[in-house]
Design a protein around this ligand. Structure first.
Ligand code: URA
Length: 251
């Protein structure tokens, strides 16, 4: 849960009380979010999803004795809730429909179908739950590996739907850790010129957010948790371990 143990949402930073939170102060420093009204504030958005159900499920997922079966079920449940929050401000349009009684104008999500862009392989864990909530969504995949010599992310697979300029994309990766693969994925995605990009994860940390937003200040991150930091292997601490291994039972 929150390092501060209190109600602070770390990056909302809207109240004086929140500003006392050490994690928020650290994030302010790292993300330059200090002054309300600062243009950076809106440019470098981090949406911390603090809903009790989401937080409860994340706590269960973090526990080391949670089985693969339970972990997978929890990813499924929590990703549906994340989809609900992430799509909260999506643009809408009014269309004419007819109820059994009379014609009316009613609202639907504007534009072509949303794209769920999964960063392989752990991002795939989000797909089923999100597709439950956004059943018409298209699914794209981004495969990256880290070159052992240069430590740079190298693309080995990239497939998105057509007409990306008319689509809103939600990039999926449970762990926004160093931020390097997230940056590379969004770099590549931007070449397809989508209408908008949002980034969804389960856990992140200040370093990952800083790296990501240094490169992509225009892409909001949606996360239930901003953890303390990274260990020497690039894992988020306290984190939840290797998300791919825990989803797919490969360890
Ligand atoms: N990838 C993971 O699966 N977990 C981490 O903590 C960092 C990267």
């Amino acid at each position: 849960m929150w390092a501060c143990g209190g109600p602070c949402r770390h990056v909302a930073l809207r109240t004086a009380a929140d500003s006392m939170c050490p994690v928020a102060l650290n994030l302010r420093h790292l993300l330059h979010l200090s002054i309300p009204g600062n243009p950076d504030m809106s440019a470098r958005q981090v949406h911390v999803i603090n809903h009790p159900l989401v937080q409860h499920k994340l706590t269960l997922m973090r526990r080391k004795d949670t089985s693969t079966k339970s972990f997978r079920e929890l990813v499924h449940e929590i990703s549906a809730m994340l989809a609900y929050e992430i799509t909260r401000d999506m643009p809408m349009q009014e269309i004419e429909i007819e109820t059994p009684l009379e014609p009316m104008k009613s609202r639907v999500i504007d534009g072509k179908k949303v794209v769920l862009a999964s960063i392989l392989r752990a991002g795939n864990g989000f797909l089923d739950g999100m597709l439950n909530v956004i059943p018409g969504a298209r699914v794209g995949h981004i495969g990256l590996y880290r070159d052992p010599d240069t430590l740079q992310a190298v693309e080995y697979y990239f497939k998105m739907p057509s007409d990306m300029h008319e689509r809103d994309v939600i990039v999926l990766d449970p762990m926004l850790a160093t931020g390097n693969s997230a940056v590379a994925a969004v770099d590549r995605l931007k070449l397809t010129n989508p209408r908008s990009i949002r980034f969804a994860c389960l856990v992140t940390c200040p370093q990952g957010l800083k790296t990501f937003h240094d490169h992509h200040p225009d892409v909001p991150v949606y996360t239930p948790a901003v953890d303390r930091g990274l260990n020497s292997h690039g894992y988020i601490v306290p984190g939840l371990g290797d998300a791919g291994d825990r989803i797919f039972g490969t360890k």
